[in-house]
Design a protein around this ligand. Structure first.
Ligand code: KG4
Ligand code: ZN
Length: 324
């Protein structure tokens, strides 16, 4: 079964063709980083227009790379939400148009399920039940997935998402956009012990990163112009450590409370160097840990195709949903 998927929820335009929900035949991604970098963040209106301009060529390229024609497709999948509404509308509109033109069924996919399904593309034998930590620019969710297409959120953030916290910290440290990867790079030169920052810890399985962000802001204010490049690297390392240890503390608790054989850590923040290393240590031998390769951690359409294959929503429900 061949699925063609479209992902346009934020600032990556992507089209992919996936066979039987697991084998990636093509996964073309255009990142809008250059378009938004002067603004220090994603400008929704510019993002939506760019998706619309790029999609036709990306569709052609994805099918060419996969060696297929529209008549070969069994299913179309499109990200329905959560995401930026104008951006989602472009993907869904194009998906609906193609579904009509090609007489192919269309399914709407939850973007966060997509991030979990990215792990299945990298490990064809991976099956639920699993425990997932989905960490992206807008979400920090702990989920249980008892079976394909079924997700239960058991923990989430009260305020900022982990990726958002990294992006804001990076901006405070003068690192520009996108901040997460830049902060990751700088942190490798720093020592977290030299500039300790608080480690957020709420009861239960909730996260909160706004207090940590404020602590960094005040520290930078106190240091003023006397700050050195080494201080910046130390602060990046310390901030990163606080976020990562907080994320993993709850994963550890959830795994203890309800043991399960498979753990997935996914989403853009799962590209983080320290998170990848520490997650392996924290999960240890209690479960098998899968973290998608870097190119499948950040937004891409292959993960949407996989999620669509295994249980996107009913075809009638493709309307964009901001907060799904
Ligand atoms: O999943 P994603 O590509 O888009 C959303 O669905 O939000 O995640 C993007 C987020 C951004 O906040 C970005 O800064 C963060 O993932 N990110 C990272 C790294 N690479 C991407 N954060 C920390 N370290 C990284 N290496
Ligand atoms: Zn994402």
């Amino acid at each position: 079964m061949l699925t063609l998927a479209i992902e346009t929820s934020c600032d990556e335009t992507s089209v992919a063709v996936v066979e039987d929900g697991r084998k990636v035949l093509s996964n073309v991604i255009h990142s809008q980083t250059d378009l938004h970098k002067d603004f220090g963040g994603v400008v929704p209106e510019l993002a939506a227009r760019d998706h619309l301009e790029r999609l036709p060529a990306l569709l052609d390229l994805a099918m060419k790379k996969a060696g297929i024609r529209p008549g070969d497709l069994d299913q179309l999948a499109v990200t329905r939400g959560p995401g930026l509404i104008g951006c989602l509308l472009v993907g869904v509109g194009v998906g609906e148009g193609l579904a009509t033109a090609w007489d192919t069924p269309l399914t709407g996919v939850n973007h966060l399920w997509g991030h979990v399904y990215a792990a299945m593309l990298s490990r064809p034998d991976l099956e639920p039940p699993l425990l997932g930590l989905v960490v992206s620019g807008a979400h920090s969710d702990l989920v249980r997935m008892p079976a394909h297409g079924r997700f239960e959120v058991i923990g989430r953030t009260r305020d900022d998402a982990a990726g958002e916290a990294f992006d804001k910290a990076a901006r405070m440290l003068g690192l520009g956009f996108p901040g997460g990867p830049a902060l990751d790079k700088l942190a490798r030169k720093g020592d977290p012990k030299r500039q300790p920052l608080p480690r957020p810890s709420l009861p239960g399985l909730e996260y909160s990163f706004s207090g940590l962000k404020t602590a960094l802001l005040y520290r930078l204010r106190d240091m003023g112009d006397s700050i050195t490049d080494q201080d910046r690297a130390d602060l990046a390392a310390s901030f990163e450590r606080s976020v990562v240890e907080s994320l993993l503390e709850k994963l550890d608790q959830a795994l203890d409370a309800t043991p399960v054989g498979e753990v997935v850590v996914a989403g853009g923040v799962a590209a983080n160097t320290l998170l990848r290393r520490r997650a392996a240590e924290v999960v240890g031998s209690r479960a098998r840990l899968t973290m998608p390769p870097l190119e499948l951690c950040t937004d891409n359409a292959a993960m949407i195709a996989a999620a669509g294959y295994y249980g996107g929503s009913h075809p009638a429900d493709v309307d964009p949903s901001l907060s799904w």
